[in-house]
Design a binder for this molecule. Structure first.
Ligand code: KG4
Ligand code: ZN
Length: 355
């Protein structure tokens, strides 16, 4: 099966061509620079940018995959959750392509797709670089022996733990009750005067900082549930900076601050993930979403999984953030296993929560 997938749920315009578990192309146009000056994603701007970029991105994905529209067997797009006016662009375009080609169309839950990005491996950069960087790759051989796993989805908008019992069968265990972990990185970074998105910069500064220099709260760490909360941590950083106003003038102390904030976020994410895996008796942990790029999180998850004898599947860095490859891979699995097709007048679902 050859399938075109589109993803426009937030600030990445992406198109991928997937064939029999292989990602033939995955082109991503990121809007990060555009939104940086506003300190966050502006929905109206995101939608305009998707409108401008979607066709060139889709064209690039087809060209790179050496596939013509007539060779497509199906079309997929992110249906939700996400920004309504951003979702509309990719979803309606994909529906129109399917309609014109008289091929099946399927709408995909963005978070469900994140559950499968850690299984896409051996990605290599495509010839397209820079603004529209892309990758190739495919479902790893182990996917045939799919292991039940605990999946951590951690990004700027979401932080959740999901028990994936088998392929296409999952149950959400918990999520954040306020800010997402990426939001915590971005907002505490803003308090430190760092530009948006601050997560990657905090990661970089933390590399040479002392993670035990300052003691920040580990919210909900000892609560017997799988929920997260990061807004209190952000507030405690705010008070810490208020009470230590010169700290940001000292590069060494700033690095220690970054390392200490990162350590607090990472400890909660890792300990709650491992605890859920032990409790639910799975032997495999997976992680995806923008924050999974964080080197501290990757290192600590690796260490904790090694110590507990768990297999760890981290999404490769270029597939941690939003991309159409994961949408296409999941869409193909659904179509191959006979998922019912939605009617052609199906609409976007901006608030579609994974159950
Ligand atoms: O998955 P993503 O692109 O989509 C959104 O949910 O928007 O994730 C973006 C988030 C941002 O909050 C960004 O600061 C965070 O991921 N992020 C990181 C790192 N790279 C991206 N956070 C910490 N360390 C990183 N290296
Ligand atoms: Zn995402």
């Amino acid at each position: 099966m050859t399938l075109l997938a589109l993803e426009t749920s937030c600030d990445e315009t992406s198109a991928a061509v997937v064939r029999d578990g292989a990602v033939l192309s995955n082109v991503v146009s990121s809007q990060i620079k555009l939104h940086a000056e506003y300190g966050g994603v502006v929905p109206e701007l995101a939608a305009r940018e998707h409108l401008k970029n979607l066709l060139p991105v889709a064209q690039a994905a087809l060209t790179e995959a050496k596939i013509s529209p007539a060779q497509l067997d199906a079309v997929a797009a992110t249906q939700g959750p996400g920004l309504g006016i951003a979702l509309l662009i990719g979803f309606k375009a994909a529906q129109a392509v399917a309609f014109a080609l008289n091929k099946p169309f399927i709408g995909i839950n963005h978070h469900e797709a994140h559950l499968y990005s850690p299984w896409i491996q051996n990605t290599s950069p495509s010839p397209l670089q820079g603004e529209r960087a892309g990758v190739r790759g495919g479902l790893c051989a182990d996917f045939k022996n799919f292991q039940p796993n605990i999946s951590l989805i951690v990004s700027g908008g979401h932080t959740m733990l999901v028990l994936v019992e088998s392929e296409l069968k999952h149950r959400v265990l918990g999520g954040t009750i306020d800010d997402a972990a990426g939001e915590c990185f971005d907002k505490t970074g803003k308090l430190m005067g760092l530009p948006y998105p601050a997560g990657p910069l905090i990661d970089k500064l933390a590399e040479r900082g002392n993670p035990s220099a300052y003691d920040f709260p580990r919210p909900l760490l000892n609560e017997p549930n799988d929920d997260f909360s990061f807004s209190g941590l952000k507030t405690s950083v705010r008070y810490f900076i208020r009470d230590n106003p010169t700290i940001l003038d000292d590069p060494l102390k700033s690095r220690d601050l970054c390392a200490s904030v990162q350590a607090a976020i990472v400890e909660v994410l890792v300990k709650k993930t491992i605890r859920a895996a032990k409790r639910d008796g799975v032997r495999c942990v997976t992680a995806s979403g923008g924050v999974t790029c964080n080197s501290g999180l990757r290192k600590e998850l690796e260490r904790a999984c090694r110590n507990n004898g768990f297999t760890l599947r981290l999404a490769e860095k270029n597939l941690c953030t939003d991309n159409a490859a994961m949408i296409g891979i999941l869409a193909e699995r659904k179509l191959l296993t006979g998922a019912p097709l939605p009617p052609l007048d199906e609409e976007i679902k901006p608030g579609w929560q994974l159950a």
